[in-house]
Design a protein around this ligand. Structure first.
Ligand code: ADP
Ligand code: MG
Length: 372
């Protein structure tokens, strides 16, 4: 397989016009950016190019304007923040204002690269989509992955190929069906799985336990039964926190009474999960352990996040809500890698490749001066 060109493979960038695909799909409250993590994550690449004399224009999508200009999804707020963080760097209008972006229209890609000499993809969070701005430019322009994309690929593919053992994946969130592909792929490489979040109830159901009115996916019960029989170590919670049939806060064992709803792993499970994390040498965490947005049900997620921060293991966090939880607890600087991509990180772990990476491998400069 051809290698993916890196920034050094662009040669001399001095005086060159560089189109930089970034992932500036930031959370917005009206016109206020509530978290600028994704903008800051692109700064090392911007700085790399800028300091070598390149003339950089960034391009990103924002939200789902569905192929039409819509002031609600204007890049204005992002442009203002970018001007503070990286003065003088241009930012094009929302790529998804044109239907050609998501349709991967070659004419749109051709218009996009007009006037540019080089293309850099640093939009990890969009690289699992074969959209025009991701796969179009590398067909024509000498291209490279930016520093953020490079680090994401190194870390996530490293988990698949040579993790230090024991390697444990801690999975939570609302639905097992969202994550089944990655769960199956991880099962081949991890030493153990730790399951929390609402997805534990589908496993409980597969074990024939009563789960009350907790969230679960009936059509995934057979799959969970099969995973439980796979011979892998799967740690499930042995206590659950939630509300009883009257809506009153309560702690349960692993059999929930009729009408009860489980919203978090209990304190015993949180302690047991954190022991597993402390004893591992590599940990991948995706998906909150409970409905952490409600402070009453945040304890399980907080305990797991703290163990991620405290363990000597190499720690990787993927998933928008998991990253948000980590940031909410002020622990985002205490793990080794927080992925900027939700879907992209799971897809890269599952399949070992992404459309955006494949496109870069086909760029005109991809194998220049390299024998491999
Ligand atoms: P990520 O974005 O990190 O991949 P997900 O999107 O899969 O995570 O899941 C996050 C959501 O799962 C959160 O909104 C959280 O409230 C919800 N969740 C976790 N546990 C439960 C539960 N027991 N019951 C209901 N919702 C839950
Ligand atoms: Mg999510």
């Amino acid at each position: 397989m051809a290698r993916i060109p890196v920034l050094d493979d662009l040669g001399d960038v001095n005086g060159k016009r560089v189109l930089l695909r970034t992932d500036f799909n930031v959370p917005l409250d009206g016109t206020t950016i509530t978290d600028d993590f994704r903008i800051r994550a692109a700064l090392p690449t911007i700085e790399w190019l800028d300091s070598r004399g390149a003339d950089v224009a960034c391009a990103s999508h924002l939200g789902r304007p569905k192929g039409k200009p819509n002031p609600e999804f204007s890049m204005g707020p992002v442009r203002a923040r970018l001007a503070e963080l990286a003065p003088g760097v241009e930012l094009l209008e929302n790529l998804r204002f044109d239907p050609g972006e998501e349709a991967n229209d070659p004419d749109f890609a051709a218009r996009l690269i007009e006037g540019f000499d080089l293309y850099v993809n640093d939009a990890f969070g969009a690289s699992h989509r074969a959209h025009a701005s991701i796969v179009g430019p590398p067909k024509v322009l000498p291209s490279a992955m930016g520093l953020l994309l490079q680090r994401e690929v190194e870390v996530l593919l490293g988990l698949r190929t040579n993790p230090k053992r024991p390697f444990v994946a801690v999975l939570g969130g609302a639905k097992i069906s969202d994550k089944l592909g990655v769960v199956e792929a991880l099962l081949d490489v991890v030493d153990a799985l730790v399951i929390g979040g609402a997805m534990c109830f589908t496993f409980f159901a597969a074990q024939g336990k009563s789960i009350g009115d907790s969230l679960f996916e009936p059509d995934q019960v057979d799959t969970c039964a099969r995973l439980l029989e796979s011979g892998k170590t799967i740690h499930l919670p042995d206590d659950i926190v939630g509300v009883d049939a009257d809506g009153v806060f309560a702690t349960f064992g692993t059999r929930l009474p009729e009408g009860a709803k489980g919203y978090d792993i209990g304190p015993g499970s949180a302690a047991a999960f954190s022991d597993v994390i402390m004893e591992s040498r590599t940990v991948f965490w995706n998906g909150p352990m409970g409905m952490f947005e409600d402070e009453r049900f945040a304890a399980g997620t907080r305990t797991v996040a703290q163990a991620m921060a405290d363990t000597k293991a190499f720690t990787v966090v993927g998933g928008g809500d998991s990253a948000a939880a980590l940031a909410q607890f002020g622990l985002d600087d205490d793990v080794d890698h927080v992925s900027t991509g939700g879907g992209a990180s799971l897809e890269l772990l599952e399949l070992g490749d992404l459309p955006g990476l494949e496109a870069l491998r086909g760029a005109p400069n991809a194998n220049a001066g390299d024998a491999s």
